[in-house]
Write a protein that binds this ligand. Structure first.
Ligand code: AMP
Length: 289
């Protein structure tokens, strides 16, 4: 376990090339350290930092990656305007004593001539993929590339991106990737809004309306706790909360937590998932019931 005191943050080593990151990981491996990996797209917030803290607790050498991955964005999505703030990110990572940061360029990760992609099956097909075709192909591809460059013992992801966590588990199982996947709880603002790098896009009015996502999920949990088992009835009431707030619903679903198959009746563990546009900003959230 890492025993550095929190009072002496040192700047993490920042590398931008695949050769450098391989070299530093190989060195950490030689000294027998347990390596934790936290992949991110930067614009870090407390949700990301919770993953870093989990990595620091479990591992002896923590690597964070910062890369806004173009292959997971659709042609009309926010790749260009996605928030980027490397200096602030590095300060936050330094305060948590991260050992190594890998922040490559697009050309470094996708040199001319790279044409191979990872397609994950059924679990990648519903929900997010309806609005974002090809999204998980891009996610799985970049995550596998990061796993190959940074052969960590454990990789940390957030439940915030619930379907993504299943896609990555499926890929790791199917392709025999020797890495343990940990999924950490959703970190929320005090009023319940799930933290997201995209929340900075919201105007004050949109920020208020965005609360309807977490409110609809809380309502679902309350209805189930109160004995409601009819998924249709629960979804109707969740949609009402979202409609009343004037957000544009992409989907509201109650699904099996491992397969994402929709459930008609709540009989066992179930996950409620929502995606909605608030103005021009697309937000997602979920809750296990
Ligand atoms: P991103 O930078 O959006 O690609 O997110 C990087 C990682 O942080 C992913 O595994 C996300 O699921 C996770 N993450 C993002 N927001 C949160 C949050 N509010 N709580 C917990 N994890 C999160």
């Amino acid at each position: 376990m890492n025993t550095d005191s929190a009072s002496s943050p040192r700047l993490p080593l920042v590398v931008t090339t695949r050769d450098e990151v391989r070299h530093h990981i190989a060195t950490a491996r030689k000294t027998g350290r347990k390596i934790g990996l936290v992949p991110t797209m930067g614009a870090l917030h407390a949700g990301h930092l919770s993953l870093v803290k989990a990595a620091r607790r479990e591992c002896d050498f923590t690597v964070a990656t910062i890369f806004v991955n173009p292959t997971q964005f659709g042609p009309h999505e926010d790749f260009q305007k996605y928030p980027r703030n490397l200096d602030a990110d590095l300060k936050l990572l330094a305060s948590l004593n991260v050992d190594l940061v890998f922040a490559p360029t697009v050309a470094e990760m996708y040199p001319p001539g790279s044409t191979t992609f990872v397609e994950v099956g059924a679990v990648a097909a519903p929900l997010e993929s309806a609005a974002r075709p090809g999204h998980f192909r891009g996610v799985a591809t970049i995550v596998l590339k990061l796993f190959n460059l940074i052969p960590a013992d454990v990789a940390f992801f957030g439940q915030k991106d619930y379907q993504q966590s299943l896609v990555i588990r499926q890929m790791v199982a199917d392709l025999d990737v020797p890495i343990t996947i940990r999924v950490c709880p959703i970190v929320r603002e005090p009023d319940g809004l799930a933290m997201s790098s995209r929340n900075v896009y919201l105007s004050a009015d949109e920020r208020r309306r965005a609360l309807s996502l977490s409110m609809s999920l809380r309502l679902a949990a309350e209805l189930v706790a109160g004995g409601e088992r009819d998924a249709g009835a629960i979804i109707r009431q969740m949609r009402e909360v979202l409609d009343t707030a004037g957000v544009q619903i992409d989907y509201v679903a109650l699904a099996h937590p491992d397969t994402l198959e929709v459930v008609a009746n709540i009989q066992g563990p179930t996950v409620a998932l929502v995606a909605a546009r608030v103005g021009n900003t697309r937000l997602i959230d979920n809750q296990l019931l």
